[in-house]
Structures are given as structure tokens and as C-alpha cells.
Design a protein around this ligand. Structure first.
Ligand code: ARG
Length: 471
């Protein structure tokens, strides 16, 4: 394409090194759609005759079909998706096709293509995330009355419900949903018309192409436009935080699934066995999910590092911007293919979950708060209950089974009304502060999360409605 300036052919190794076809061919449909917007704009502004524009659009659509049918085999010598499609166009309609690239550079072209491609991809990611959150909310409702230990430092702390646990993870994914919307918004700008870096001497109409491709706005500065990849970083940051959330949820379930904890049951169809130990049922799916974090966080660090030393404006380093991003999108797709169905089938063995409550010590905070309501300052209540804990351990007596006489021997302020409060279930149910562990609070949380999710869904649907045909 640039043969005018060069007297030697490109070295074969250099060609392999500089090509990006392996990465960008997947964006062929988006690239064609961007070219159609460009060509319509050229006709609209009079830079191209109406019949020429029609010929180009018709041929571009045919090329799109050839690609779908698999009859168009791209050539690596043509370096990337853009050159392959343009040269096919010229092959099909000669001098008319050769007019397509006026007023455009691959720098604003690739930018446009990726943004078109990403908008569609992000809508797919949204659907996965929405499904995941919905599954968690269903589980939260199902298990709102199932009592399990809540941990700090992985030590039993206070009783909660499994519903509260699922809803906690749902909250993390709700924040991810917000970040995903923000990333979508960052992608949703039209860069077409910025040219190589400085715009064009031709009377291009950027607003026209923006509208034709259904973008919300145009980028503001042509140099900035072709030079930055902040919108990729926004996606990668969303994905990295999301990956951490997936990993933490997986880790929780892996721990609760161990023989030592043993109160989470995973479906056989999501576990694997051992080639040597016949008794094994391993949580490999959860482990693989936990492991994905490395790749995703790696992609974020990769691009952050790549970007930091790039002088304005476009530099070829930027071609590799897509590698980690596409890898990340693939990872997210894999996560969504297994995590929601796995979660939907998780069962809880409440009796086993409550086995660790045998010493009754998980109720110690409840006793301290009981004393506070009887006028004891919290610090002394804490100390008194601390003594009671020691007494229970020394006398090998479960705290929830002490008689009134035993209680009063250690803490004189205790009355008979304490005794019925001392069960893990009542403890969980009485934590009725906003966002607390009680079933009432968990149900409130679920209802609000559903509303918020529906509002996010409406935002996403509005974006979806604006996607142009062919995407
Ligand atoms: N394949 C290139 C990329 O992905 C297209 C832009 C090439 N621009 C250039 N000035 N060499 O970034």
C-alpha cells in the first residue's frame, strides 16, 4: 500500500513481526461497518459521488458475507484486517474502491473498528454479569434463613445466614456492573475523522459518522484520540477487579468444601476426580476460576506499562494493545460459562455448618451487647464476657448451655432473659441493623439490588438500541 516510497520489499521476518492479522481479523465485521459509515459520510459531503458510494457499500457488504461464509482468506502480507478488506474492495471495484480511504488513516480507522467491536462485546459481558448477579440473588433468597458461621481472620466470628454471604458477593459484582457501565461509556465515542493525528484538510463530517455508527459523542482532540487507550484500561480495570471478586468467591467455596469445613456441597458435574486417589472430588472449576485472576491482572499491568512511555501520538507499540484485552474478554466469557451454573447448584449442609458452634463462643458478642442494654459500659461488658469465655473453656462448658446460676456466678448482671437469646439462629435474626445479617435485612438488600440491577439493565439496553446494523 505504501510502495511509492519504498525501493525494497519487506523482509519476511519483519512481516511476521509487524502483522496484526492474528489479532484483528476477528474485528472484520466491525471494520467493514466503520468503512460503510465513512463512505456514506463521503457521499453526504460530496467527496464521493452517490453512485460510487453505493458501489462501495454494496461491495463492502458482499465482502462481509464472504468473510461470514469463510470464502475470504485474508493474506498476512497485507498486514492487518484493514488492509485486507481494502485491497479486496479494490480487487472487486477498482478505482472506485481506491477512493474509500480518503480522509482516513489506519490510526483513526483501527480506533473506530475496536470501539465498534468492543461495544458489542461489552454488551455480551454485561449479560454474563447480570446472570451471575441474578443467580447470587436467587441463592441469597433461598438461603436467607440458613445459619452458617461468619468469619473474620478465617476464625468463627458471628453467626450469619448463607443468604447474607451470597448477597455480600452479589454486592461486589454490583459494583463491577457500575464499573462496566463506566467502561462502556468510555468506549462509546466516535474517533473517525481524526485521521493520522491532526484531522483532515477535506471537509469531513464527523458528526455524520458518529450518528451513523450510533456513538454517543465524538472524541474532542485528534492527537489525544489516536494516542491514548484509556478506554481499554477502563475495561481491564473493571475486569481485574471483577477477577478478584470471582477469585475470592471461589476461594470461600473451596474452603467451605474441604473435609475440615465440609458444609458446602458442589455438584458432581462441576468437580473432577483424581487419576490415583479414588475417593477424591476436587473443586477444580473453582480453582481454575481463582487462577484466572493472574492473566487478567497481568493484562492490566501489561497495558499500563506499555502506555507510560509512548510519546504523542500514534506509535506502533499500540498495535499490541489488543492482545491482553482480547485475552481478557475471552477469560470473562469462560468465567460466565461456568460460574453461574455452578453457583445455582451449590447446596448447604446447615447441620454441618453449625457443628462448629458447639462451644457456644460465637455468641459472646451477643452477651456483651445484652449487658450494654442493661446499662453496663461496653468496655466492661467486653471484659466480663471475656472472663466468662475463659470460665467456659476452663470448665469445658458450652457458653450457650450455661444455667442462670452459672452465668450469675461469673456475671451478676445476667438475667433469665439472656438464655433464650443464646442460639446461633436468634443471634443471626437479631442483627437487624440496615445491611445486617437478619433475614429481613437480607431480603431488603436483595430487593434493592434487584432494583439497581434493573436500572443498570435499562442503561445497557439504551446502548444496545443504538448499535448499528451488522453488529
Ligand atoms: N494494525 C495497526 C494497529 O492495530 C493499524 C494501525 C497502523 N498504523 C500505522 N501508522 N502503522 O494499530
Amino acid at each position: 500500500m505504501w510502495k511509492g516510497r519504498f525501493s525494497q520489499d519487506m523482509d519476511a521476518a519483519v512481516l511476521g513481526f509487524t502483522q496484526s492479522l492474528d489479532l484483528d481479523w476477528r474485528m472484520a465485521q466491525a471494520d467493514i461497518r466503520g468503512s460503510i459509515a465513512h463512505v456514506r459520510m463521503l457521499a453526504h459531503t460530496g467527496l464521493l459521488a452517490g453512485d460510487e458510494a453505493e458501489t462501495i457499500e454494496k461491495n463492502l457488504r458482499e465482502i462481509a458475507q464472504e468473510i461470514k461464509d469463510g470464502t475470504f482468506k485474508p493474506k498476512v502480507e497485507l498486514e492487518d484486517v484493514h488492509m485486507n478488506i481494502e485491497s479486496r474492495l479494490i480487487e472487486k471495484c477498482g478505482a472506485t474502491g481506491a477512493r474509500l480511504h480518503m480522509g482516513r488513516s489506519r490510526n483513526d480507522q483501527v480506533n473506530t473498528t475496536v470501539r465498534l467491536y468492543l461495544r458489542k462485546e461489552l454488551l455480551g459481558i454485561w449479560e454474563g454479569l447480570e446472570t451471575l448477579i441474578n443467580v447470587l440473588l436467587v441463592k441469597a433468597e433461598e438461603h436467607a434463613d440458613v445459619v452458617v458461621p461468619g468469619y473474620t481472620h478465617l476464625q468463627q466470628a458471628q453467626p450469619v445466614s448463607m443468604g447474607h454471604f451470597w448477597a455480600a458477593h452479589a454486592q461486589a459484582f454490583m459494583r463491577d456492573a457500575r464499573r462496566l457501565l463506566a467502561a462502556y461509556d468510555a468506549v462509546d465515542e466516535s474517533p473517525l475523522g481524526c485521521g493520522a493525528l491532526a484531522g483532515s484538510t477535506l471537509p469531513l463530517d464527523r458528526e455524520f459518522t458518529m450518528r451513523d455508527m450510533g456513538f454517543s459523542r465524538m472524541t474532542e482532540n485528534s492527537m489525544d484520540t489516536v494516542a491514548h487507550r484509556d478506554h481499554f484500561l477502563d475495561i481491564l480495570y473493571f475486569a481485574a477487579v471483577f477477577g478478584d471478586h470471582v477469585s475470592r468467591l471461589s476461594e470461600d467455596l473451596i474452603i467451605y468444601f474441604t473435609t475440615e469445613f465440609g458444609w458446602v456441597r458442589l455438584p458432581d458435574s462441576f468437580c473432577t476426580g483424581s487419576s490415583i486417589m479414588p475417593q477424591k472430588k476436587n473443586p477444580d472449576v473453582l480453582e481454575l476460576l481463582r487462577g484466572k485472576t493472574g492473566q487478567i491482572t497481568g493484562a492490566l499491568v501489561d497495558l499500563l506499562t506499555m502506555m507510560k512511555g509512548i510519546p504523542l501520538t500514534y506509535n506502533r507499540d499500540l498495535q499490541d494493545d489488543k492482545r491482553g484485552l482480547f485475552r481478557t474478554l475471552e477469560c470473562l466469557g469462560l468465567i460466565f460459562s461456568v460460574l453461574p451454573p455452578l453457583l445455582a447448584h451449590v447446596e448447604i449442609d446447615e447441620e454441618k455448618a453449625n457443628r462448629g458452634f458447639a462451644d457456644g463462643l460465637i455468641l459472646a458478642t451477643d452477651v456483651a451487647e445484652y449487658l450494654v442494654l442493661r446499662g453496663v459500659p461496653f468496655r466492661s461488658a467486653h471484659e466480663k464476657v471475656g472472663h466468662a469465655v475463659r470460665w467456659c473453656i476452663e470448665h469445658d462448658r458450652p457458653m450457650d448451655k450455661l444455667t442462670l446460676a452459672e452465668w450469675q456466678a461469673v456475671i451478676p448482671e445476667v438475667g433469665e432473659d439472656l438464655l433464650p437469646l443464646l442460639t446461633p439462629r436468634r443471634s443471626m435474626e437479631r442483627r437487624n441493623t440496615y445491611g445486617g445479617a437478619s433475614p429481613e435485612q437480607v431480603r431488603g438488600q436483595i430487593a434493592r439490588a434487584k432494583e439497581k440491577l434493573a436500572a443498570y439493565g435499562r442503561e445497557m439496553n439504551a446502548y444496545k438500541d443504538r448499535l448499528p446494523d451488522m453488529l
